[in-house]
Design a protein around this ligand. Structure first.
Ligand SMILES: NC(=O)c1ccc[n+]([C@@H]2O[C@H](COP(=O)([O-])OP(=O)(O)OC[C@H]3O[C@@H](n4cnc5c(N)ncnc54)[C@H](OP(=O)(O)O)[C@@H]3O)[C@@H](O)[C@H]2O)c1
Length: 323
């Protein structure tokens, strides 16, 4: 079983620690590192991790660590991934893998060179709803799909990691990447780069945006994201004879299928634990088998979504200071 080291002790790191200690994910919760050693120690104690380290380098120097989960802010992912791969660890890195497509390509090339598994932790792609959704669409229950809408929002605009350019802020990398991911899962590759509008904060980071894409079959995706308001966090896939609704669409535990405008069926898809277990299990299975790519988290998907976000940022004139 792989020994897991968690790099950073923030909000999502806690979710991951909760997940791997609550349910069998095929990994052994082993170590955590934070910039502040006392915080790492408190985290390790709370979740029963064997080791805690002050500083990420100390965790990476521990030969017992087989894989690391990177849970730092967006701007640090690239240097953290490089350091982890150079230290010989398999890497599951929080989304976005890095802030642009070109850097992500370099990271995947380095992982291949080192014969290590690298995957972007897009938990949505690994969830049970994905095959279930495909099954409903392929069954023809809603007819031919024409339109997808998705909205994601929460009041995050005051948080440094959303507000500040030096932390690669903006709602694009945080929320829009999920709306783009759902469109990618359902409709595939668009026929042209996305177009959109955004509203920026005083630091030039996008706090709200609306994005549209068209597809070779004439389908349209209409996506919105906000860091300023509570959204319904709903996605709807509209076909010519019905629709599928997803609540909290990036981690839904139910599909609602509505046909003929009235017949409603609910398809429950409860998680085993928090929803993060699926990506960890797939990662562990793949790494143990010597695989260099997780089937649900392929490099090509990471690169496609980053390419779309690169196009939106270019159009909006958003560039991070460290890029
Ligand atoms: N998959 C999901 O559902 C999900 C949900 C939320 C967030 N995320 C992703 O997870 C990542 C972290 O988000 P979060 O919500 O956990 O953020 P957070 O609570 O702010 O934690 C970020 C961590 O980054 C580390 N860090 C290192 N240098 C830093 C610096 N100079 N300033 C600020 N932080 C620094 C800190 O680590 P130390 O503990 O070492 O101080 C901190 O714990 C992001 O990539 C985000 O997109 C994913």
């Amino acid at each position: 079983m792989l020994n897991l080291g968690i790099l950073a002790a923030g909000r999502i790191a806690r979710q991951m620690a909760m997940t791997v200690t609550q349910t069998d994910c095929g990994v052994r919760p082993y170590a955590v590192a934070a910039r502040d050693g006392a915080r790492a120690e408190a985290f390790a104690k709370e979740f029963g991790f064997e080791k805690s380290y002050e500083g990420y380098g100390a965790l990476l120097a521990d030969p017992a660590v087989d894989m690391v989960y990177i849970a730092t802010t967006h701007n640090f992912h690239r240097e953290n991934v490089i350091a982890a791969l150079e230290a010989g660890k398999h890497v599951l890195c929080e989304k976005p893998l890095t802030v642009n497509e070109a850097w992500a390509r370099e990271l995947f090339a380095l992982a291949r060179e080192k014969n290590l598994l690298l995957a972007e932790a897009v938990w949505t792609r690994c969830m049970p709803f994905v095959p279930a959704l495909r099954g409903v669409i392929e069954s023809g229950a809603i007819g031919r799909v024409h339109l997808l809408t998705a909205n994601m929002g929460a009041k995050l605009s005051g948080k440094d990691r959303i507000a500040l350019p030096e932390l690669a802020g903006g709602i694009l990398l945080d929320f829009t990447m999920y709306t783009l991911t759902l469109a990618d899962l359902v409709l595939g590759e668009p026929s042209a780069p996305p177009v959109g509008v955004c509203q920026k904060n005083e630091h030039g980071m996008d706090l709200q945006n609306a994005v549209v894409m068209t597809y070779p079959g004439g389908e349209v995706a209409s996506l919105s994201a906000t860091g300023c308001a509570m959204s319904d966090n709903k996605a709807v896939i509209f076909g010519d004879t019905g629709r599928i609704e997803l609540c909290d669409f990036w981690h839904p535990q139910e599909l609602t299928v509505i046909t003929d405008g009235r017949d409603m069926k609910r398809l429950p898809l409860p998680f085993d634990a928090t929803g993060y277990e699926y990506e960890v299990r797939e990662f562990a299975r793949t790494a143990e088998a010597g695989g260099l790519e997780c089937p649900s988290l392929p490099a090509a998907a990471t690169l496609r979504i980053l390419r779309q976000m690169d196009a939106l940022r270019a159009a909006w004139g958003i560039r991070y200071p460290f890029e």
